[in-house]
Each structure stands twice: as structure tokens, then as C-alpha cells.
Design a protein around this ligand. Structure first.
Ligand SMILES: Cc1cc2nc3c(=O)[nH]c(=O)nc-3n(C[C@H](O)[C@H](O)[C@H](O)COP(=O)(O)O)c2cc1C
Length: 420
């Protein structure tokens, strides 16, 4: 019987362990987690979601405070079109986050950054160009374009000196999305170096509608692989979403996948950014505790624990400090939902908003507990502690379980000690 270690991912003339830890914003896939994946010979992702906030937390910068100070006059205003990101600060925050991470990289693997198009930041083109360029400037090994079709993203960086050398890939959830991307970028004569195919069981935002349950990752992978073969295009394919064991991963590799992208298993790693009490919620979750809902203002369905504090909270929109989801006209679905509730209950000190959430604030504070479909199986990957909680695992333990375990087996951490 094969295991993941019998395969290698060939990328940029190198041979890597074919395990990619997916990007998890906001700073859930920390630099520490990504660096472990690289040290172990695979690929880890940091995320550029809300990077000024992440920089403030990691490097004691003051980007958020300064922005809030500048726009304080607008806090009670329902019109957020004034709120702009300082592009210089955005570049500086990205360079700090990426630069410091890359400086610490050890081992034969790579570190990529996950860039979500849906973070429109009140100036979609300009802010995305700065984020992509600054990440390349700071030496990131590769960029994974996420949460959006990214039809114009390659052209934003086509004159960057690293455009043809850095590893650039995209996440799609359908053949159609990939076809659109390739057609729109044909003039650049630059194919993506890899394509992550994310199925309906993934964590975070889903590239499907609320009918996500009607789709199946293996079918989409086959469809894309056969089309690429017919077009004589050779692009490494990386399935993602619900790949929970080494055996699951091996099955995709045996069918021709170049690597797998995984995330949920690593939400309970010591190196992951989630606070430990939230990690215990992930461990405790049962299948019934997980839902796909429409509360994200991005318009994409999102999978999360039903007990997420973000659900039903009615805080005032926090766009002067954050504002990452404002569209080019300064609108966000949460602002509309919040204003509607305030108008309905003018006397209320605090309103409840059920249909949308202030995603920036809640992701920033680890209060939106997004997770993959199989989160309810995390409890089977560790041991119970004497106090009833679950042992937090090392990223190395989880990585090696994917790399070496066969079939349905999941390796438990050594008894009484979750260290590698
Ligand atoms: C907590 C969490 C946060 C995530 N955040 C992002 C994100 O910011 N951007 C993104 O492209 N994908 C995000 N994802 C999706 C993962 O990168 C990955 O593709 C997917 O979850 C893989 O499926 P699995 O979790 O079943 O292994 C997130 C997943 C999780 C579990």
C-alpha cells in the first residue's frame, strides 16, 4: 500500500513532499505553521488577510491605530466611502510580514502567501497590486490567488521582475473558473505554476452556492485533469477540501494529483494562530455543530461552528480601523444589514444582526470559527487529557501523519506528550 511519501511534487525544478498547508486568514496559518511545513519539505502558506493588523500584532507597528485616528470623524457615519488604505503602509506591512517570515525559513520546502481577491479594501485593483507586488519584493516563494476569479490579477504584476520566476497559482472550484482564468490571461503567455482545486468540504469561504453538497471534489479534479490533458496543458493539480488522512491524500496522488492541500487538521496544531480555548471548541465539535451559512459579507457561503461568537452579533461596523471588505464604492453587506436593524430598533443599545457578520472584526479576534467539514473528526486525531480537554498537537506530528500513515490510520501523539 502506498503512502504520501512515495510521491513528490515537482515545482520550480525541485522535489517537495506533496503536502501543502492551505492559507488560513486572519493569521490562523501563522508564519510559524508555514515555516514548519517548509522545514519538513512541503509548502506552507501565510495569509495576507488584514496584513496591517497582523503586522501590528507581530511587530508592534501601529497601522490600525493610525488609520482609525485618521478616520475617527467617520465612525458614526453610515457612508464609508471616505475610508481608504494608505498604500505605502499596506506595502510596508506586507513586506514586514513576508520579509521576516522568509528570513526565518529553513529546510527544503517553500512558503507561499494566500491572497484573497474578495478583500477589496475600497480600491480593489490598487490594493491588490500593492499586496502582490510587496509580497514578491519581500521574497515570497509563491502566491496562491484565492477567493475570487482573479481575472485581472496576473496583469497587475506582469512587469514585476519576479513575475515569471515566482510560483504563481490559483484556487478554483470548477473547470469553468479555470477556463475563464486561462482565457483572460492568454495574452501574458504565462500559465499558473499550479492549480488548487478546492471542493465543497473545505474550510473558509466556499467557491459554491448553498447547493455545495451536490458537488464532489474527486469529480471536479477528474474533469479538470481530462480537460487539461485534451488541451495538452501540463499544470500540477492540487486537490483540497476534506482530505483528512494520509490514505485520503494518497488516493488523490495515485490518481495523478501533484500534491494535496490540507488545513483543518492543522487548526489544532500548537503553531496555529487560533487560541487554545478555540482549538478545544474545534476538538469538541460534533457533526451537528458545523454549518455552512451566508453570514459572510463577501457573498460566498462559509463553513463554521454554529457556536461562533460572530453569529448574530450586532457590533457597529468597524471600517475605520479595518474595512477590508469595502467595495470600490465603500459598501459592505454587513453595513447594510446593521443599518437596517438599527432603523428597526432605534431605541436599542445594541442590535442583533443575524444574516451578516462584521467579518473583519470577528476574524481579527478569532470569533468566527471557520472550519472544514470533517472538523468533528479532529477528536480522533489526539488523546484526551486528564482535565477532559484534548492534547494540542505539533504541526510536525500532523504533517508526518499525512506523509507516512497508510489507509484509514491516523497516528496518535506519543502517550502523555504531544511533542514530536
Ligand atoms: C480555519 C480555516 C481558515 C481558512 N481560511 C482561508 C483563507 O483565508 N483563504 C483561503 O483561500 N482558504 C482558506 N481556508 C481553506 C484552506 O486553505 C484549505 O484549502 C481547505 O480548508 C482544505 O480543506 P480541509 O480544511 O478539509 O483540509 C481556510 C480553512 C480553514 C480550516
Amino acid at each position: 500500500m502506498n503512502c504520501v511519501d512515495d510521491f513528490r511534487l515537482r515545482l520550480a525544478g525541485r522535489e517537495l513532499v506533496p503536502i501543502v498547508i492551505g492559507g488560513m486568514g486572519v493569521d490562523i496559518s501563522t508564519a510559524e505553521l508555514a515555516l514548519e511545513a517548509a522545514r519538513l519539505g512541503g509548502i506552507g502558506h501565510i495569509s495576507d488577510a488584514m496584513v496591517p493588523t497582523v503586522s501590528d500584532r507581530r511587530f508592534k507597528t501601529r497601522f490600525v491605530k493610525d488609520k482609525l485616528k485618521l478616520y475617527k470623524y467617520n465612525v458614526a457615519n453610515t457612508d464609508k466611502s471616505d475610508v481608504r488604505f494608505d498604500l505605502g503602509h499596506l506595502a510596508e506591512a506586507t513586506r514586514l510580514h513576508v520579509g521576516r517570515t522568509m528570513a526565518e525559513k529553513r529546510g527544503d520546502g517553500m512558503v507561499f502567501i494566500n491572497c484573497m481577491e474578495k478583500l477589496t479594501m475600497n480600491a480593489p485593483k490598487e490594493t491588490l497590486r500593492v499586496r502582490l507586488s510587496a509580497a514578491l519584493d519581500a521574497g515570497i516563494d509563491g502566491i496562491t490567488l484565492a477567493a475570487g476569479l482573479h481575472l485581472g490579477s496576473f496583469s497587475l504584476i506582469e512587469y514585476h521582475p519576479r513575475f515569471r520566476h515566482a510560483q504563481l497559482g490559483i484556487i478554483v472550484s470548477s473547470l469553468r473558473a479555470l477556463q475563464l482564468f486561462l482565457r483572460k490571461n492568454a495574452r501574458l503567455d504565462r500559465l499558473p505554476d499550479f492549480v488548487v482545486i478546492e471542493g465543497p468540504l473545505a474550510g473558509g469561504h466556499l467557491g459554491f452556492g448553498m447547493d455545495w453538497a451536490e458537488y464532489d471534489l474527486a469529480t471536479i479534479v477528474t474533469e479538470i485533469r481530462e480537460w487539461l490533458q485534451a488541451e495538452e496543458l501540463n499544470i500540477p493539480l492540487i486537490p483540497a477540501g476534506g482530505i483528512f488522512t494520509g490514505g485520503d491524500a494518497t488516493a488523490f496522488l495515485e490518481q495523478g494529483a501533484a500534491a494535496v492541500q490540507v488545513a483543518t487538521r492543522f487548526t489544532v496544531a500548537r503553531e496555529c494562530g487560533l487560541p487554545e480555548d478555540v482549538q478545544q471548541e474545534y476538538f469538541r465539535a460534533s457533526e451537528q455543530d458545523i454549518e455552512v451559512n451566508g453570514i459572510s459579507p463577501t457573498g460566498y457561503p462559509m463553513r463554521m461552528l454554529k457556536s461562533s461568537p460572530a453569529i448574530g452579533d450586532g457590533i457597529r461596523p468597524n471600517c475605520e480601523a479595518f474595512g477590508y471588505l469595502l467595495d470600490s464604492a465603500g459598501r459592505c453587506g454587513y453595513i447594510e444589514a446593521y443599518n437596517r436593524e438599527v432603523a428597526k430598533h432605534p431605541e436599542a443599545k445594541k442590535v442583533a444582526v443575524i444574516d451578516k457578520t462584521c467579518l473583519c472584526t470577528h476574524m481579527r479576534n478569532f470569533e468566527c470559527w471557520t472550519c472544514g467539514h470533517y472538523t468533528y473528526r479532529l477528536k480522533d486525531t489526539t488523546r484526551r487529557r486528564g482535565d477532559g480537554g484534548y492534547e494540542i498537537l505539533s504541526a510536525q506530528h500532523i504533517f508526518h501523519d499525512y506523509q507516512f500513515s497508510k489507509g484509514d490510520t491516523i497516528a496518535l501523539p506519543p502517550d502523555g506528550d504531544s511533542s514530536p
